[in-house]
Design a protein around this ligand. Structure first.
Ligand code: KIV
Ligand code: NA
Length: 279
């Protein structure tokens, strides 16, 4: 498969073919996503919880994001890669955002960055885009702002909220974002936003009217870290945790019963050497 570029994504959008996106946080999770033919791979800051066991995304540092981006980039041969700018690395000023985006590309080896926020982030999106780094915007439920949103709540449920969402979407488009993630918004509102934009919308908990979809990989494969609560919008396509559990328990039982290692897992000594050795 040819590498997916910004042009490939635009052509999918023009053909009205849904864009597929999934998160990855390391070499193996990126490898499988890339081989499955995902159009885009996101190194989401959700890795704070799903890969590092942190409470929320506010804890993850730039250096940690870069480390994970590098491992994802090494495994990704065709998908278009996006790295989340972690909280605190882009909100202060457009210059800070650009500096952070450059680090993510140069050190993290990813192709584009994602940042949370609407109209207030437009100058930052414009600054990064003009420097030649594609920006994926993210509006609706923005988890880095969970404390001011009052938790993980559906956004744009009221008419005023829906109008704000449209205003934000138009602002990030105007600023040069190549696409926008809509998280946890009513399907009707996401559909309306999508129809009013000239760039793709990538939905997560935003219904079927978006230009594409994204899910957190461990959620949809059922490879759950402890305490993970699944939002309503997740469809679980696999049961990886149970399969790993089954395998590890079988290994444990085999070691305890000495069924493992069997002869075929053992390096034999050559017969003549063995005879000499046993003398
Ligand atoms: O961090 C993340 O995984 C995300 C996606 C769920 C959009 O931002
Ligand atoms: Na994120």
């Amino acid at each position: 498969r040819k590498p997916v570029t910004i042009n490939t994504l635009q052509s999918l959008y023009r053909k009205n073919e849904p864009i597929t996106m999934i998160t990855a946080h390391d070499f193996p999770s990126a490898h499988v996503a890339d081989h499955a033919g995902m159009d885009m791979i996101l190194v989401g800051d959700s890795l704070a919880m799903v890969a590092l066991g942190m409470e929320d995304t506010s804890e993850v540092m730039m250096e940690e994001m870069i480390l994970h981006c590098r491992s994802v980039a090494r495994a990704t041969k065709s998908a278009f890669t996006v790295g989340d700018l972690p909280m605190g690395t882009y909100e202060i000023a457009p210059e800070q955002g650009l500096e952070s985006a450059i680090r993510m590309v140069k050190e993290g080896r990813i192709k584009s960055v994602k940042l949370e926020g609407g109209i207030e982030m437009a100058p930052t999106i414009a600054k990064i885009t003009r420097a030649g780094i594609p920006v994926l915007a993210h509006i609706g439920l923005t988890p880095q702002r969970q404390n001011s949103l009052g938790g993980f709540r559906v956004q744009g449920k009221s008419t005023a909220g829906a109008l704000k969402l449209i205003e934000d979407a138009l602002a990030v488009q105007e600023a040069g974002a190549f696409a926008v993630v809509l998280e946890a918004v009513p399907a009707e509102v996401a559909g309306l936003v999508t129809r009013n934009l000239a760039i793709p919308t990538i939905g997560i908990g935003a219904g079927n009217g978006c230009s594409g979809q994204v899910l957190v990989q461990v959620d949809m494969t059922g490879n759950f870290p402890p305490g993970r609560i699944l939002p309503k919008f997740v469809k679980q396509y696999g049961d990886v945790w149970s399969e790993s559990m089954r395998a590890i328990q079988a290994y444990k039982a085999d070691v305890k019963s000495r069924a493992y290692p069997a002869v075929e897992h053992t390096y034999p000594m050559p017969k003549d050497e063995l005879a000499e050795f046993e003398k």
